[in-house]
Write a protein that binds this ligand. Structure first.
Ligand code: 1GP
Length: 246
């Protein structure tokens, strides 16, 4: 089991120095292998500080290969963001060890974690316990469908806060506010503001953020790390124009 917490310490340092972070989320099922070199080139030339790998439902058996190819050229932490234990790869640097705290499905609160723990115990992955909160984003998302859980109503900022606080008190090192991949509406600013103001641990925000304005809004509301998946997946040139995050 990995004892160093290099990835997490760096996130804490950035938060302390008010340096905002950006993760590109790659779903292994959506990789166009013929143009992977081009994708890697775009990642290298983007403002990304992290690469997340995963998805609610991944069927690809090429996760190791994807990470090995990325690591040959991309000098960023590669972090697993798994929908289930089958997405664990020893090739990555770390893993968000997620608990879906907004839901009441025991499989996603403790079941998958019990299955994953013996595998992770033998790995060198840095394990970052992360409280994961799904916030309704205007349509049923893959996370909602696959996890069979209800999201927190986007109008209920107090419930989002109570859940995030419980996540921090339970010992999670990060809280992730998630509208769901491809959500019609991103996490509302008032929820990001309220949660970030009351948490001491870093806050990740993702789902439905499709432009520079959306990224900046999340940062200004208090997100420490923003995740971009679909927008970059749909348009590999996304960061050519959406570059200046400061
Ligand atoms: C999904 O938060 C991530 O888990 C990213 O969402 O694909 O909508 O960018 P998008």
């Amino acid at each position: 089991m990995q004892n160093n917490n290099k990835i997490y310490q760096e996130i804490l340092n950035c938060k302390a120095n008010k340096k905002k972070l950006l993760a590109i989320l790659l779903d292994p099922d959506k990789i166009v292998w013929e143009s992977l070199d081009n994708l890697i080139h775009k990642i290298i030339n983007s403002p990304a500080t992290h690469v997340f790998i995963g998805g609610s439902l991944v069927t690809s058996n090429r996760i190791d290969e994807l990470i090995i190819r990325l690591k040959q050229k991309v000098d960023l932490p590669i972090i697993l963001f798994p929908g289930n234990p089958s997405q664990i790869s020893n090739e990555a640097d770390g893993i968000l060890f997620l608990s879906l705290l907004s839901g009441r499905n025991p499989d996603y609160l403790i079941g998958h974690q019990v299955k994953a723990a013996p595998i992770l115990y033998k790995s060198k992955l840095e394990i970052v316990p992360t409280g994961y909160l799904l916030i309704s984003g205007g349509s049923t998302t893959a996370v909602e469908y696959v996890s069979k859980t209800n999201p927190i109503d986007r109008a209920d900022a107090e419930l989002a806060l109570a859940t995030a606080l419980a996540g921090e008190m339970m010992g999670n090192k990060l809280i992730y506010l998630e509208a769901g991949s491809g959500a019609q509406q991103a996490v509302p600013e008032n929820i990001i503001e309220l949660v970030s103001r009351n948490l001491t641990i870093p806050l990740i925000v993702g789902g439905g953020i499709v432009d520079l304005q959306g990224i900046k809004k999340a940062y200004d509301s208090g997100a420490d790390l923003v995740v971009i998946g679909t927008a970059f997946e749909k348009d590999i040139h996304f960061f050519d124009t959406n570059k200046n995050l400061e």
